[in-house]
Design a protein around this ligand. Structure first.
Ligand SMILES: [Zn+2]
Length: 247
């Protein structure tokens, strides 16, 4: 028996064991980090069973069917009961959403108010990890619609997307007249603010010849009856930006 060899053996085994333990710990930590970072990807996904129009879809949801109204967008009408409100652009926007979402599996993101006044779920529809609501604005199928409040999570992205779509004159932005036609302005006295805030319009004061943005407290002033679809239109008409809201 070679006693030297036996005596050496524990040493030669112990060293790799210690380093193995360290490696196992490292691997476990890496696995844990991976697992935690991957978890959000397992957000519940729902099948889109019907696209109603550009901004409204039906999905299979918790054992039933639910109607989803997409947050912060408002595409032109295509299936409105009042047929005079349905437009060619509405049909195209609807076709776009059909092409993108029909039969797909999507996940949902909610803001604090989960349901609207008609009981529909209000949500961002996430397709392939991207916000489809935002895509509609990017592609010029909808303005950044803020009638029911600005986006809590995506305000900057929506504003940027709308600005770029307008600049490139995509779809609803092809002409100011088109953009207006898609979001008919209902002038009903001083309470009209909400109905057009999302269309990015401006109100001009016919006395002072100042114009205001939708967030301004003078936006719906008594003499603010002149409506401009763009800042340039207001400037061209000889109106100057309000100093308070600097539209
Ligand atoms: Zn103002």
């Amino acid at each position: 028996m070679d006693w030297n060899l036996l005596r050496l053996e524990p040493d030669s085994v112990t060293i790799p064991l210690v380093s193995d333990n360290k490696n196992i710990k490292k691997i476990l930590v890496i696995l844990l980090v991976l697992l935690v970072s991957v978890l959000p990807c397992f957000a519940a996904r729902y099948k889109v069973v019907r696209v109603v129009d550009g901004d409204t879809i039906d999905i299979n949801y918790k054992g039933g069917k639910e109607r989803i109204r997409l947050l912060n967008v408002d595409t032109p009408e295509s299936v409105h009961p009042d047929k005079t409100r349905n437009t060619q652009l509405g049909k195209q926007a609807s076709d776009y959403t059909k092409k993108r979402l029909s039969g797909k599996f999507v996940s949902l993101e909610f803001e604090e108010k989960k349901r609207g006044k008609y009981g529909r779920l209000l949500a961002y529809v996430i397709l392939d990890k991207k916000n489809f609501n935002l895509e509609l604005v990017q592609k010029g199928w909808s303005p950044y619609y803020t009638k029911y409040g600005k986006s809590k999570s995506y305000h900057d992205q929506f504003s940027l997307a709308q600005g770029q779509a307008r600049k490139s004159k995509m779809n609803i932005w092809r002409s100011p007249a088109l953009a207006d036609a898609n979001h008919p302005i209902k002038i009903s006295g001083p309470t009209m603010q909400g109905s057009i805030a999302g269309a990015g319009l401006f109100h001009g004061n016919t006395n002072s010849h100042k114009f205001h943005g939708p967030d301004c407290r003078y936006f719906s002033c008594k003499a603010c009856t002149k409506i401009f679809s763009s800042r340039n239109a207001a400037l061209d008409a000889g109106y100057s930006p309000c100093l308070l809201c600097s539209p």
